[in-house]
Design a protein around this ligand. Structure first.
Ligand code: NAI
Ligand code: MG
Length: 358
């Protein structure tokens, strides 16, 4: 197993500048315990770079990222720049160029993070969002700008290959867990693309006799995710549906500040990208109060992806324990600053014995 890895780090904007250094400190400490060597290239790309250079990353940005095994991103987005510029100038090109066609978002209740739901039933589900096509396509256009007949068209693109590989990934995950896969659909209202999605998902699932598939209309599924989220195991969804469901998922478990995500190229031909679900949070940026858990948990997913499940689990247990002991930041009902919480995590990483075998 390789023990040395090169990682591109883009802290980006707003609280990315606060939570990324915190998570890197945790990663380094745990790496030391497991004899791993993480080599970082820190890249100052994002909105400040944009204001200086007129673009979010240099022209050879993707080429430079492509030399690394993984990318660790904070967030991008600034009130001074339209969000479409920041998103399409950095994150979306990375996801597409590196065929990160799976966006994996764990949704899990953590002790010490209060859920807004009355029920205390523990939630533990995974959202598998198709990340390369679907509703977020570049096909479309605008006509007759400013005139009464002005119109806009945006095409949704589903391919057999794209839906099949997302369904395979989700089915394998469900097979390794409780064996329940829910597919988000809207084939009653969207009569071409969504029936195609349903068909391809169902065909793919024939290869997984141990996994039960249920298709749920997205509107009912959204309600279900609020009313009985503990009944889900793995949810597979298109780009748009998966995006919405994962914010909803992080909301029902407590705070968006704790939610992690991985943009995966499962074949590992290209680097995968690990980032929290939250954005740059300009309302709290620079105050030292941001919750670093989403970023640290994304770091644990990065370690897992690099083949170091033991180190990932060690890191996971450390931040879970810090939260359970009430050391959380303000968004989860605690009083700690980013730095104080991070110190508690570091202390627990140091204090627990190294794990081996899994
Ligand atoms: P946001 O996630 O940045 O913030 C939403 C709310 O949650 C805010 O009240 C914020 O203070 C709070 N929050 C978020 N993360 C937190 C944390 N770690 N600890 C404590 N509180 C936290 O979403 P918003 O406000 O819609 O977007 C702000 C900017 O971020 C926009 O420019 C947006 O485009 C960008 N964005 C970028 C993303 C990315 O880089 N992947 C994802 C989502 C938004
Ligand atoms: Mg989102």
């Amino acid at each position: 197993m390789r023990r040395s890895h090169s990682i591109a780090v883009i802290a980006g904007d707003g609280i990315g500048q606060e939570v990324v250094p915190a998570a890197v400190e945790c990663l380094d400490l745990v790496a030391g315990i497991y004899g791993l060597n993480l080599e970082y290239e820190h890249l100052d790309w994002g909105s400040d770079y944009y204001l200086r250079h007129g673009r979010m990353m240099p022209e050879d940005g993707l080429e430079r990222l492509g030399r690394h095994e993984a990318i660790f991103l904070g967030a991008v987005g600034s009130p001074e720049i339209p969000d479409a510029e920041t998103l399409w100038g950095l994150l979306i090109p990375i996801r597409r160029e590196f065929q990160q066609y799976i966006n994996l978002r764990p949704v899990k209740t953590l002790d010490g993070v209060a859920s807004p739901l009355a029920s205390q039933e523990p939630i533990d589900l995974l959202i598998v969002r198709e990340n390369n096509e679907g509703e977020y396509s570049e096909i479309g256009g605008r006509m007759f700008r400013g005139q009464p007949q002005e119109s806009a068209v945006q095409e949704t693109v589903f391919t057999r290959m794209g839906v099949t590989r997302a369904a395979h990934y989700a089915a394998r995950l469900a097979g390794s867990r409780r064996g329940k896969l829910t597919s988000a659909t809207k084939s009653n209202g969207i009569i071409h693309t969504m029936p195609f999605w349903d068909e391809v998902v169902a065909q793919t699932l024939q290869e997984y006799p141990g996994v039960t598939l249920s298709s749920e209309l997205i509107d009912a599924l959204a309600a279900h995710l609020v009313l009985r989220p503990w009944t889900f195991d793995v949810i597979v969804a298109s780009n748009l549906f998966g995006d919405i469901l994962s914010d909803l998922g992080s909301a029902v478990t407590g705070s968006i500040g704790v939610a992690p995500s991985a943009n995966l190229n499962p074949e590992r031909r290209f680097p995968s990208l690990f980032e929290p679900v939250h954005g740059s949070a300009p309302d709290i940026a620079g105050k030292g109060v941001a919750n670093p858990v989403g970023q640290i948990w994304s770091g644990a997913m990065l370690l897992e992806h690099l083949g170091h499940g033991d180190a990932a689990r060690h890191l996971q247990l450390a931040f879970e324990a810090a939260l359970r002991d009430g050391a959380g930041t303000r968004d989860v009902g605690g009083t700690s600053s980013t730095e104080e919480f991070t110190r508690e995590v570091l202390r627990r990483i140091q204090a627990s014995p190294a794990r081996s075998g899994r």
